[in-house]
Design a protein around this ligand. Structure first.
Ligand SMILES: Nc1ncnc2c1ncn2[C@@H]1O[C@H](COP(=O)(O)OP(=O)(O)OP(=O)(O)O)[C@@H](O)[C@H]1O
Ligand SMILES: [Mg+2]
Length: 440
């Protein structure tokens, strides 16, 4: 087992392209870390540098405390599993799994023992004497992992090992990989471009974009506290909704309605010098059918009216889509790039469609002019110039700091900011409906 440290790791290919730029990450012993990001962002290059398959242009790579920049792959004590896990077709599962050990002149009884143990872990015991052609895709994938396991390496490196499997098998094998890693307790670095896979598998997820590490954190942290617009838009499905906001007299005006900024957030925005225009981010689940929101909760959000264009019922949830102006002044170029990067050109990111996820109990129907509620506490505010998430602040680790004001539906005194939501919230403004807010 080993810890892996990447310090200022940079990769420039001979043709001048900068594939990985000043990458810093400490992977602890036994940790399961996922590298995720859009195609071409440098995930494989990073993994290949750890494996020793690609030279490091500058920076220092340590495995188990030792600098390994100049060590060959076989001296690094790591095992790699690729997307194309070519098995030898003429060999049985047993022979495939033991092949590396045989090459290393391991005694046959030791090979037998190790292969059978790996087969037990991977549930391949009854297939040991079959050929790859007679196995399912998932079983073949497990044989490829078995080849890595028998070597008992200090770390596993996996590059999109499941992408050849169909969707159902991928989900199943994903769970197996996760269980396997826990069971073996071996450090693992796993590459995928699938954010769902990333969130479900890892202890920690490192999000990359154009060779630059954006944020490395637990799945929950990435989801709740994305450091910038890119991470916010990349993580989560359906994607976070973005719209423009204008700051005026401590108020945040959006096409959904108006919110009052808390002190901390106002200071933060002013200090960032980002001007009056911001990008507001709201996840689909921050919306709800107002009829299903308890009176206690309502003051934390605002209500709005929207004509439901499309409604999709998934049984457990209902997704509704409605149009909203993204607004002027928003840096649409940034949003479009984001949508492209995350392979979701048709997401709400750059368009005008807002996606809301409602409780399955909702009675809202397609075409209806429905009354929705949006939880302002979960709102994110981004600087359109830098993409930085202004609502995180940089002092405390508190929750995203937006707070709603009671809407007119239950006009009451504005509430004191919820201490749990941090001190710098946004509060919805009573009696102040935005252009799209409910009109009174
Ligand atoms: N040998 C090479 N010479 C020049 N540029 C390269 C070379 N290999 C990769 N690149 C470039 O480096 C960048 C990162 O490539 P990399 O393969 O690491 O991306 P990735 O994140 O693994 O993408 P994918 O999800 O498509 O596998 C890309 O822009 C790619 O074109
Ligand atoms: Mg790759």
């Amino acid at each position: 087992m080993a810890e892996i440290t990447l310090e200022h790791i940079t990769k420039r290919f001979p043709d001048g392209s900068l594939a990985v730029n000043d990458f810093n990450l400490d992977i602890t012993d036994g940790e399961f870390v996922i590298l995720v990001g859009p195609s071409g962002c440098g995930k494989s290059t990073t993994l290949n540098m750890i494996a020793g398959l690609e030279d490091i242009t500058s920076g220092e790579l340590r495995i188990g405390g030792q600098v390994v920049n100049n060590k060959t792959p076989k001296d690094r004590d790591i095992a790699m599993v690729f997307q194309s896990y070519a098995l030898y077709p003429h060999m049985t599962v047993r022979e495939n799994m033991g092949f590396a050990l045989k090459l290393a002149k391991t005694p046959p009884n030791v090979i037998k023992e190790k292969v059978e143990e790996a087969a037990r872990i991977l549930d391949l015991t009854q297939h040991l004497d079959r050929r790859p052609a007679n196995l399912s895709g998932g079983q073949r994938q497990r044989v490829a992992m078995g080849r890595a396991i028998v070597r008992d390496p200090a770390a596993f490196l996996m590059d999109e090992p499941l992408s050849n499997l169909d969707a159902k098998l991928r989900v199943q094998t994903r769970t197996e990989v996760s269980r396997l890693q826990r069971r073996l307790g071996t450090t693992m670095v796993y590459v995928t471009h699938d954010q769902t896979e990333a969130l479900t598998l890892g202890d920690r997820v490192a999000v990359m974009r154009t060779g630059v590490l954006q944020q490395a954190a637990t799945p929950k942290e990435l989801y709740d506290r994305p450091v910038n617009l890119f991470v916010a838009g990349f993580i989560g499905s359906p994607a976070m909704n973005f719209l423009s906001g204008t700051l005026e007299d401590g108020m945040l005006r959006t096409s959904l309605g108006d919110f009052r900024l808390g002190d901390r957030l106002r200071r933060e925005v002013e200090r960032s010098g980002s001007g009056r225009e911001v990008i507001v981010g709201l996840r689909p689940e921050n919306f709800e059918d107002v009829a299903l929101v308890s009176p206690d909760n309502r003051p934390h959000g605002i209500t709005l009216r929207a004509t439901i264009d499309v409604l999709e019922s998934l049984g457990s949830d209902v997704f509704v889509y409605f149009a909203r102006e993204v607004g002027q002044g928003v840096n649409v170029a940034e949003l479009e790039e984001l949508a492209q990067d995350s392979g979701r050109a048709d997401s709400g990111a750059s368009g005008e469609t807002i996606v809301a996820r409602l409780d399955a109990a909702t009675r809202i129907s397609e075409g209806q002019n429905a009354e929705l509620w949006v939880d302002a506490r979960a709102m994110h505010i981004f600087d359109p110039a830098t993409g930085r998430n202004l609502s995180l602040g940089d002092d405390d680790g508190g929750a995203a700091s937006v707070q709603a004001v009671p809407d007119r539906a239950d006009a009451r005194e504005p509430q004191a900011p919820d201490p749990a939501a941090g001190s710098g919230g946004v509060q919805a403004a009573p009696g102040q409906a935005g252009p799209a807010g409910e009109a009174t």
